[in-house]
Design a protein around this ligand. Structure first.
Ligand SMILES: [Zn+2]
Length: 65
């Protein structure tokens, strides 16, 4: 017997693609983040950034590249 565990993205730990740390999004779902209008809260769901400092560092590096 194989138990199939449905993948629930809301329970998967988020892994910051910049600082490589695990983080908890500011809002429990992408829809709630979007409703808040908070850019970083939205990016926590969309691009996988944990914070505005990582977000800013990414763009600083890109601009200097
Ligand atoms: Zn980060």
């Amino acid at each position: 017997m194989v138990q199939v565990i449905p993948l629930d993205v809301d329970t998967v730990p988020k892994h910051c693609l910049w600082c490589k740390k695990y983080y908890t999004p500011s809002y429990p779902s992408k829809d709630e983040a979007k409703a808040s209008g908070d850019l970083i809260a939205i990016e926590q769901w969309i691009s996988g950034m944990c914070s505005d400092s990582c977000w800013n560092e990414l763009f600083d590096k890109k601009e200097n590249a």
